[in-house]
Design a protein. Sequence first.
Length: 437
Amino acid sequence: MAHQKPGRVAYVNARLLDPASGLDAHGGILTDGEMIVDLGPQLAGPGVLGDVGVEVIDCGGKCLAPGLIDIRVQLREPGEEHKETFASAAQAAVAGGVTGMVCLPNTDPVIDDEATLEFVARRARQLGLTKVYPYAAATKGLAGQEVAELGLLSEAGAVAFTDGVSAIANAQVMRRVLSYAATFDLLVVEHPEEPALAAGGLMNAGELSTRLGLAGIPAEAEVILVERDLRLAAMTGARLHFAHVSTEAALKVIRQAKAAGLPVTCDTAPPYFALNEGEVSDYRTFAKLSPPLRRESDRQAVIAALADGTIDVIASDHAPQDQDGKRRPFRHAEFGGIGLETLLPVTLQLVRDGHLTLLQGLDLMTRRPAELLGLPGGRLERKGPADLVLFDPEAPWKVTPESLNSKSKNSPFDGRLVQGRVLMTVIDGRRVYQSAA
């Protein structure tokens, strides 16, 4: 299925949604091969084409939008294929409407040289499913000591630079990374958590962690590193992005930095606007995430920051762990949750609750991540890539291990009823996923 050459296809009778242009109208899209050739209300019905050789797909009035672009995915290949592989992650991605994903460099070997970058690109091409773009390591071996060859790695295809799930602890090393990045106008992505303060912590520090007898990770660990790095970004002129921001305090200083004109951006992930630390109450390891689930006031602050534009992107923060890693006593369980297939439905909850419009919600997962990392796609436009998602925003389903395509099943939303089902995913004009339901 992955490699047939697509012909001319008309997707008609759809609710067309394009955050980039503000389009929200009944219409259709005509694709030819890998490209969109026409779109708009004039293509609403099948009769308008009259072309021989055009395959017509009736979208049944459902939502047709640009495919989602997920900028924070751990693929686990090479090195930990028992948790996830390119193939299983790609299946999960297309089932979630994700047509492009950016993978973290914390594989084995680490993505810190051109050979490993090329391996990632080659594996993605072979599968012919979701487009995969690699981050490269900011420091060699993710060791936080020596700056990686950012310029060469950028030429080899790295879209930005990060030490993945580790912060760059040493301020002098971070300064060098940012200075090097600024020279080539490259983006640095930081995991904002002061490692010494967070060391040994298992969940958010506070009343609940004390009651449960679990070591806490204070919210201050996030804001302290954000404040340090904002100073270094101002000093070096580099573009800086904070991943999965989870606290009110950090969002406040990021908001101020943006108002002051610093080239800073940030993202968050669905657990941080849909869940709070209460999920850990019965020592539930699926709720053990990094950063940890925070207080309810932090969750509300994340929603407010999405609504006012402080947060630029919603990413899944997909972190697969196998059964052995999660089904253990809480203090020994691995951090992380999978998220590719729940990214869209959990974000749609913000729309249903009135915090965002449908176009605003989609914008955070399409145009904005594409523009942040300079990736193709993320919008519906003539001559643009035919990367599309058809979804029913109202369709209910329950998140269960059986409902998920990922090799790992560690969803923090396990057992939750959600609304929003992907019906079809199209990449470069090829239908790579169709819902059985």
